[in-house]
Design a protein around this ligand. Structure first.
Ligand code: SF4
Ligand code: MG
Length: 361
């Protein structure tokens, strides 16, 4: 599938009285059309900030300190192009060439959101307007962004969206408080899907729900994204869920991407000691529960990052070079070019000098 998004060397800082917090540090990755990318890591690792940055939702004191977020719009058929020219609020990115989301003007950003990129954040359930029926909240979005739709077409689309997310269309007449938590979350997803975006970003959207409902919602959104070829960036601290639902997984630590790979490869062999610890600290959903190992210690202060590998203070395998040289993401196994790890254990320059080579097998 063609590339949809390409993040290059993105840096995001928070300015605080006692110095800049480097929340996202030199992060690069790409996403294909229709691909589900899971973004994992402990809270505070920068995953939500990264999502906010990509969606241009950062507020001061957070600032983009460098990098670019290239977006590759879909090539549109000629009739759609004509319609888009008539209605300036519709997709305007018809050129078929990429642009940097970080450079969009506020007006361009308006059109970009909803049409191309929809976001479902942690507080999504509270994002519903309590005094408006959920159906009205969907038709309002359509009315704003698709003025050529008739009232009846909007109603039909709202019903179709509710069916997609597994809610009976007669619930369109309900107010948010009349719906269960799981249904409210589904309604929020229906709104996000309203204009057929190419990319959905979900940031731990289900933390307020119980585990069974969480699982259902995640399965639902993955299924819809696969069926509609919508790309999904899914952010959570629960790596075991990602392994089941994502195509690829990227793991962040202290603002850095420290491992990325296919879900399968991460499951079969996560190579970074931190990923390994994360994976083994969560019970899997199928099969026997693994022992909760956990990772002792806590992440470094992002204001005063240590030299070398950001994980070295907690890493059971740390050696001399880990405290001085920062490891970079690189391929560690030529047969798995998709798997990249930032760890000196896979760099012979260092491991040759070690008396014994530690392994995670
Ligand atoms: Fe551990 Fe060193 Fe690898 Fe960092 S670079 S994860 S400290 S072995
Ligand atoms: Mg978060």
């Amino acid at each position: 599938a063609p590339t949809l998004l390409e993040v290059n060397n993105l840096n995001i800082d928070y300015y605080a009285a006692n110095g800049a917090v480097h929340a996202v540090r030199d992060v690069s990755f790409s996403l294909k059309r229709g691909e589900i990318l899971g973004l994992a890591g402990e809270s505070g690792c920068g995953k939500s900030t990264l999502a906010f940055g990509i969606a241009r939702l950062l507020r001061p004191p957070a600032v983009i300190a460098g990098g670019e977020v290239l977006y590759y719009p879909r090539k549109q058929p000629e009739d759609e192009l004509r319609a888009a020219r008539r209605n300036r609020k519709q997709r305007q990115f018809a050129e078929g060439s990429s642009f940097d989301i970080l450079q969009l003007t506020p007006k361009q950003l308006q059109a970009f959101r909803w049409n191309e990129l929809a976001i479902v954040f942690q507080s999504a359930m509270n994002a519903l307007n309590p005094v408006m029926t959920v159906g009205r909240q969907i038709t309002d979005v359509l009315e704003t962004h698709r003025p050529d739709m008739t009232a009846q077409q909007r109603q039909e689309r709202a019903a179709e969206l509710f069916k997609m997310v597994g809610i009976a269309p007669d619930r369109l007449k309900s107010y948010p408080h009349e719906l269960s938590g799981g249904m409210r979350q589904r309604a929020v997803i229906a709104i996000a899907l309203a204009l057929n975006p190419e990319l959905i970003i979900m940031d731990e959207p289900t933390t307020a729900l119980d585990v069974v409902v969480q699982r259902e919602i995640l399965e639902l959104i993955s299924k819809i994204c696969k069926e509609t070829s919508t790309a999904l960036i899914f952010i959570t601290h629960d790596l075991s869920l990602l392994i089941e639902l994502a195509d690829r997984i990227a793991i962040m630590y202290a603002g850095k991407m420290i491992e990325r790979s296919t879900s399968q490869a991460i499951y079969q062999q996560s190579r970074h000691p931190y990923s390994y610890g994360l994976l083994n600290s969560f019970p899997t959903l199928h099969g026997p529960r693994r022992k909760m190992v956990g990772i002792p210690g806590s992440p470094p202060d992002l204001r005063a990052l240590p030299a070398g590998c950001p994980f070295h203070a907690r890493c059971p395998f740390a050696f001399e070079a880990c405290t001085t040289v920062q490891p970079q993401l690189s391929v560690v196994d030529a047969s798995q070019p998709d798997q990249q790890v930032a760890c000196h254990l896979y760099d012979q320059t260092y491991t040759q000098q070690l008396p014994t080579v530690a392994t995670l097998a």
